[in-house]
Design a protein around this ligand. Structure first.
Ligand code: CNA
Length: 240
């Protein structure tokens, strides 16, 4: 029987693509702790100057120039081999899909930067690039339908995670044989509870991260090597 693998990725899987993480040694919050407040939902909604600064940050975000790495491509091969249960990600950069993973396999637990929605009405999501193109003339972009505040479809701190995504993530963690946590400190809840769901169901837990994580002592294997080389080797071992 094929081993079923559920993967959870964090910001560390994309640092090789030029997108800094938050908490690593070169992380955005490690170097600029004051920037964390720009991702708090209360600040975004309640402080116009912070909202405008946040939008300018998104415009210059490295995601727009990034390309998937060997690690993203290797994870796509898990599905090709029929071994992937689900690819859960905390990332908002779309690099798993760009690296060959099927959109259906990727569960974006913290949303996506690709689209933007109105916080006040049900007007359909807009491509975020189109909103960014308006920033020079409209630094606090508003909904064309109702004038409400527009926000990237990224989950900000203080917001609920998308319910269907979280349900699917819990189910995938519950049924897998191997749970692979890659490039995440496993400290942001509720996502950080998912390895616990897998362990409760007797899955093998493998952690790949340069620094210690909250689950290292429960893991069957901890790989403290660069993700760009460690993940392709691990995928070959799992499907080989
Ligand atoms: P984090 O808390 O920033 O931790 C990342 C971890 O990855 C750190 O412990 C690093 O040491 C480790 N790491 C970084 N690069 C490598 C590497 N090349 N090889 C091995 N280990 C490495 O990230 P989390 O995902 O735990 O935090 C969750 C937040 C960060 C989520 O809300 C994400 O949406 C958010 N985030 C996403 C992106 C993105 O989409 N690419 C970028 C920055 C932050």
């Amino acid at each position: 029987m094929t081993t079923r693998v559920t993967v959870l990725t964090g910001a560390g899987v994309s640092t090789g693509a030029g997108i800094p993480d938050f908490r690593g040694p070169q992380g955005v919050w490690t170097l600029h702790p004051e920037r964390a407040r720009l991702l708090e939902i209360d600040v975004f909604l309640g402080d116009r100057a912070a909202r405008e600064e946040g939008w300018r940050d998104w415009r210059s975000h490295p995601t727009w120039e990034s390309r998937p790495t060997e690690a993203h491509r290797a994870l796509a091969r898990l599905a090709d081999a029929g071994a992937l249960e689900a690819l859960l990600t905390q990332n908002i950069d779309g690099l798993h899909q760009a690296g060959g993973s099927r959109a259906d396999d990727v569960v974006e637990l913290h949303g996506t930067l690709a689209t933007t929605s109105c916080v006040a009405c049900a007007a359909g999501p807009l491509p975020t690039v189109d909103v960014l193109a308006r920033l020079d003339s409209e630094p606090d972009p508003r909904c064309a339908e109702c004038g409400g505040i527009l926000k990237p479809d990224v989950v900000y701190f203080g917001e609920q995670l998308p319910e269907a995504a979280l349900r699917r993530a819990v189910a995938a963690s519950d049924v897998c044989d191997v749970f692979l946590a890659i490039g995440t400190t496993l400290t942001v809840y509720p996502v950080a509870s998912l390895p616990g769901v897998a362990l409760d169901s007797q899955a093998t837990l493998i952690v790949v991260n340069a620094e210690p994580t909250a689950y290292d002592r429960y893991a069957d294997e901890v790989i403290r090597q660069p993700i760009e080389t460690a993940v392709p080797a691990l995928v070959e071992r799992l499907i080989g």
